[in-house]
Design a protein. Structure first.
Length: 390
């Protein structure tokens, strides 16, 4: 099949989306499919990747993050789809680019990939302290109406976690299917643990080797709740020697630095683009901590699990799926005290036991290759059904 992915948030300097796209190109090669990624960019370019390619269309710069652009010329997008004649079209953002794909007049089946959960990232976070989700959903009915219109225009919607799938179905979408994502194969492993690196990172946090080393990674953005994570680590640190290494940057970096300034046990690191080095950092921690309940899958938590780390994650969103019995703890989303309690519980209940269980469970973490195998199989069913109907 020729699969065209209209990918609104791809950028060469990006993180998880870039990793996902590049692995999809390789998986497509291996499965005999031609993957073409259409992405907005500063100009029009073509980047060859095996049998696939990334094509950038000239587009406006995204005002909130200058690494990204956004599709603003529907006619040129439709003309490119007409020229490529895909067997199946993906849209990987539920916003305007998906609406553009839905309005395209081509005959190919199309799939919507819910790589974002805007209600969790924004509405539930903003108003969750004063109203429950059913009330918030009523207030944001315009968004649910938008999703139901997309549901009419698309043949399939893919969600990476079961709780999001259920919410989408409850909101009136008919074609939702859960296909969990996975980690890059051959990168993350408990075998990359480096005790000297662990001791060095604890030293950077002002602690000795008996301290608990928490690792966190991700964009510095409001929905990631890094200041809240730092507050919880500070609270837990009043009872236990706990250090946090936070990897990342972003538009909220100033707020993160301000919150961390008064705790000598917080160490901030720049983003790590070298994947083997990230794997070594993750494997050398004692646990991963994450603050965002809006993840559709939570790649970094899956990577930590594949590295043999227990995880401390919110009880909502894709991150919650990564906390299995005996190798993870879920705390109440958005609650610093609950997060601090989870940290303290792990620190005081046989830390070696938690890690042993996590190392044993690491072999069960699904890979991206399995994800793409399931995704392409679902697409083939769609394509075959469309051909038979014709």
């Amino acid at each position: 099949m020729r699969i065209v992915d209209v990918c609104a948030f791809y950028a060469p300097e990006g993180g998880g989306v870039k990793t996902y796209v590049e692995r999809k190109l390789k998986a497509g090669d291996d499965a005999g499919h031609e993957i073409i990624v259409l992405a907005p960019g500063p100009d029009g370019r073509i980047f060859e990747h095996g049998n696939g390619r990334i094509i950038t269309l000239p587009a406006r710069r995204f005002p909130l993050d200058r690494r990204y652009h956004y599709f603003n010329d529907e006619a040129s997008l439709h003309a490119m789809l007409d020229d490529l004649q895909p067997d199946l079209v993906e849209a990987s953002s539920p916003w305007s680019s998906a609406s553009m794909v839905g309005r395209w007049q081509g005959a190919a089946p199309r799939a919507l990939i819910m790589h974002a959960d805007p209600l969790s990232a924004y509405a539930y976070r903003w108003f969750g302290s004063v109203a429950d989700r059913t009330v918030i959903d009523r207030g944001f009915d315009w968004y649910w109406r938008h999703l139901r219109r997309l549901d009419q225009a698309f043949d399939l919607t893919i969600s990476a976690n079961s709780s999001l799938t259920q919410r989408l179905r409850s909101g009136g979408m008919r074609t939702v299917k859960t296909i969990p994502m996975g980690v890059e194969p051959g990168i993350f492993s408990p075998n990359h643990r480096d005790e000297r690196l662990r001791a060095y990172l604890l030293e950077c946090c002002g602690l000795g080797p008996d301290g608990m080393l928490l690792v966190a990674a991700g964009r510095h953005a409001p929905e990631k709740r890094w200041p809240q994570v730092i507050q919880a680590v500070t609270m837990a640190g009043q009872q236990h020697p706990v250090g946090l290494v936070l990897i990342g940057d972003g538009r909220s970096s100033a707020a993160v630095r301000r919150t961390a300034a008064n705790n000598p046990h917080i160490h901030l690191l720049a983003p790590v683009s070298d994947r083997p080095e990230l794997a070594r950092l993750l494997a050398s921690g004692d646990a991963l901590i994450h603050g965002c309940e809006a993840e559709t899958f939570c790649m970094v938590a899956a990577e930590a699990r594949a590295s043999g780390l227990p995880v401390i994650v919110p009880n909502q969103g894709g991150a919650a799926d990564q906390a299995g019995k005996d190798f993870g703890i879920r705390y109440r989303s958005g609650d610093s005290a609950s997060m601090a309690s989870a940290i303290s519980h792990m620190a005081s209940t046989r830390a070696r036991h938690w890690r042993q269980n996590a190392v044993h469970a690491a072999m069960d973490v699904a890979t991206m290759d399995l994800h793409f195998l399931n995704l392409f199989s679902a697409y083939q069913v769609l394509r075959d059904g469309r051909v038979m109907a014709a």
